[in-house]
Design a protein around this ligand. Structure first.
Ligand code: ADP
Ligand code: MG
Length: 475
């Protein structure tokens, strides 16, 4: 019988912290700026320049650690990780090594398959080498050098490529809720390295792993892991061995290729940075960070289900971002109808922003106005199709539903006399259809309704019109 293998995955996620300035100097963090415009003696590593920790960055690191249920350490240490690379002007990176700021956290991706967080540490980013813009030369842009990052390292608890994707999705969502990073993968604000090995199913030991780098989207992480699991499984199944190495994911060719072998990887000669004292985080500082903790996605989703009686699907969609969840709650409050607010926000509001490629914050209308629109519909002043038209106007002009209804005379007609007159006209002009209806083809009711709507320019109250038409046709 042949052995089956199961994957074991651990993730290392680098996240750029949303600070104005760098980790150890006052240069601006600025994506897309003129190359080498935001550099100074500290991030260039000029002799005698002294690093000074950015307290705002440390606070964001603490917030992330709290949001991921970590234990925060009173003392942590900034070390120098020494290596040579052209985009590392100092010849070392300042990072936390054996004494990170936080350890032992966890995150539930949503399905109960919890992933433990081994550690979170603070570190500075390197600059950028640009290989593809100047012919066969490489250019260096040091604007990014010194940008504050946290690295989040998981235990090898991730069980499949899909589990990795779910975890990363929840992690990104959580970091966005915490507002510690914009998490924009296209700008490199969130970068993932994936460690993967396989082992005979049901065993508990760890096999030799490889590390896959250079994946710029979650779907690439998923594809790269699937590729690597298949490759390692095939190797082991045929009596081969996995080589401990670092691989680069080539999305265009859908394959992971060796970057460097770990055997020949350098010794980083870590040592505590002599220019930086140990970082002390006392209980008062942790308490201040806790005060900034928002309600996190899982808790908010659970509250939406119980407080607003929403199905799990609606709660998940509405809690996708903090801005959307806030928008929904304000709409529900203004409408006094949580379920209707959910339908309007999920269908019309999200439909509009997606179709127009705008952010929720740039929508011309707002929750108060949408709430008023929902009230007008619930009161019977607007039919649902009229309300949709009114919403489109609100979203394009920013006018309130009241204004639009008044200016366009859009209020639903519920006057019985008027409705009966239209119904009679509709029936009178179509004897053939009346005969077929009375002969049993009751689907023709929709035809007569269409006639009334045409005469009323869509304003007839559909419920009352149906009743009147039935009286005329059946009676
Ligand atoms: P390295 O020294 O190669 O960086 P670490 O022990 O620091 O390895 O672990 C880095 C990441 O790799 C962590 O996320 C960890 O959970 C994961 N990991 C460690 N060993 C394995 C393994 N055998 N298979 C899969 N993932 C692993
Ligand atoms: Mg590593």
């Amino acid at each position: 019988m042949s052995t089956t293998f199961e994957p074991v995955i651990g993730l290392e996620v680098h996240v750029q912290l949303a600070t104005r300035t760098k980790l150890f100097c006052a240069d601006l963090v600025s994506f897309g700026a003129e190359p080498n415009a935001h550099v100074c003696p500290v991030c260039l590593g000029l002799p005698g320049a002294l690093p000074v920790p950015n307290e705002a960055a440390i606070d964001l690191g603490l917030l992330a650690a709290l949001g991921l249920d970590c234990t925060i350490h009173e003392w942590s240490v900034f070390a120098r990780k020494n290596y040579f690379y052209p985009d590392l002007p100092k010849g070392y990176q300042i990072t936390q090594f054996d004494r990170p700021i936080a350890t032992a956290g966890q995150l539930d991706p949503g399905d109960g398959a919890i992933v433990r967080i081994r550690r979170i540490h603070l570190e500075e980013d390197a600059g950028k080498s640009i290989h593809d813009r100047f012919g066969d030369r490489t250019a260096i842009d040091l604007n990014r050098a010194g940008t504050p990052l946290i690295e989040i390292v998981t235990e090898p608890d991730v069980q499949s490529p899909a589990h990795a994707r779910a975890f990363l999705g929840r992690l990104k969502q959580t970091l966005e809720y915490l507002e510690v990073s914009d998490c924009d993968m296209e700008k490199g604000s969130l970068r993932v390295d994936a460690n993967v090995s396989v082992r005979p199913a049901g065993t508990t030991g760890l096999g030799t792993k490889t590390e896959v780098k250079n994946m710029n989207s979650f779907s690439n992480v998923e594809r790269a892991l699937a590729f690597e699991i298949e490759r390692q499984t095939a190797l082991l199944a045929t009596g081969g061995t996995v080589v401990h190495e670092t691989l680069l994911w080539d999305a265009a060719r859908s394959e992971a290729r060796p970057m460097r072998s770990k055997e020949e990887s350098h010794d980083y000669r870590y040592f505590p940075d002599p220019d930086l004292p140990p970082l002390r985080v006392d209980a008062a500082r942790v308490a201040r960070a806790s005060e900034r903790l928002p309600e996190l996605p899982a808790a908010r989703g659970a509250r939406f289900r119980s407080q607003y009686q929403l199905p799990a699907y609606d709660a998940d969609v509405l809690c996708a971002t903090r801005a959307l969840a806030d928008f929904y709650e304000a709409t529900a409050a203004a409408a006094g109808d949580a379920k209707a607010a959910s339908n309007w926000v999920m269908t019309d509001v999200l439909g509009w922003v997606n179709q127009h490629g705008i952010a929720l914050a740039d929508l011309a209308t707002n929750p108060q106005q949408i709430g008023a629109l929902i009230r007008m519909t619930n009161d019977g002043r607007l039919s649902s199709s009229m309300a949709r038209t009114v919403f489109t106007e609100m979203a394009s002009t920013g006018q309130s539903a009241e204004q639009i209804v008044a200016e366009r005379g859009l209020v639903q007609v519920r006057d019985d006399e008027q409705l009966r007159a239209w119904a009679e006209e509709a029936v009178a002009g179509h004897e053939g259809e009346v005969e077929r209806y009375r002969g049993g083809d009751t689907r023709l009711l929709a035809f007569f309704m269409g006639q009334v709507m045409k005469r009323s320019k869509g304003k007839a109250d559909p419920r009352r019109t149906t009743e009147l038409l039935k009286e005329l046709l059946d009676g």
